[in-house]
Design a protein around this ligand. Sequence first.
Ligand code: DP6
Length: 341
Amino acid sequence: MTNFIECIAPSNIALVKYWGKKDIQIPQNPSLSFTLSESVTRTKVLFEKGKGNTEFLFEGKHAPNFETKISTFRTLWENKYPSLKNYDLKIESQNSFPHSAGIASSASSMASLSLCFSELLKNEGILDLDKNSFLENASSFARLGSGSACRSLYGGVVTWGQWREGTSDEYATEIPELSKKWSSWGDAILLVSSKEKPVSSRQGHALMMDHPYAESRFSNARNRLTELYKVMLEEDLLKFCEIVETEALELHGLMMNSNPSFILMKPESLAIIEKVRAFRIETKIPACFTLDAGPNIHLLYPLEKKAEIKDFVNNELSPLLEEGKWIDDKVGMGPEVFGAK
Ligand code: DP6
């Protein structure tokens, strides 16, 4: 095969979390995230006219678990664009971060795959949309692969879920007025554990169905999003830190209150949380933590304070990290397409 499309899509970190869904991957509440820059998936799709075969290589090797997911994803596209059935595809994917780092890769991988499929269909004259609709369509397909992936189609500050004009439950949109103000933020991803999680995000979402706090959670998240938006617009950094931390702890509180209950934080996660709060009080640097559905901590901070944060991580947090590892990430510009041929 000589024709190919290659793209990279970044991971993202939610500040207001998507936790609970209905219908076909429709979020119970709107979410808001920073798109990252260094934690990315690079996907290359080689294609030629053929019988509709799919071959998938993850980091150079066949990965049967992923293959099923990719085939299901391909079928979704074929349902809307039947001509895709006339192509053989060889898909090669790799992450910039170690597979075992315990970093969620579904967002970056489904986003990069969705973008590659969109570009392929555009190149072959099957898809003809203006730039905005093209991205909305790609974001909407990424959502079907993994909810949070739909936010990775855009750079900066991104929202998914209906709350203000131009937002949608089906795809994400950038919030340009916030991207402008928040593009210089760092995310030190502190790796606490790379072990497989006892409960997947998918299972966690399902447990929100008859969660005792479901209704109050969904309305809290909605209100928190409006509050966070305002605080981010005003650049009230300390209030920003408070809201982001409350939201992360609420997510983990919901897990503890689920039936069955589960805990994804580790003792080290909690120790880091306490140290981050003490650091903020002591130094007055507006750095705060958030967590995804896992034990790792994302330490968010203004990049101008990078030297202080590096010292803090290396001197105080490093012993709490798995092999002292952390990823030096920051807010990024969104996905890139290159090497289309
Ligand atoms: C806690 O997007 O991984 O990271 O749609 O089932 O694939 P699926 O779930 P996923 O859930 C992400 C949950 C979260 C919050 C967030 O990113 O908004």
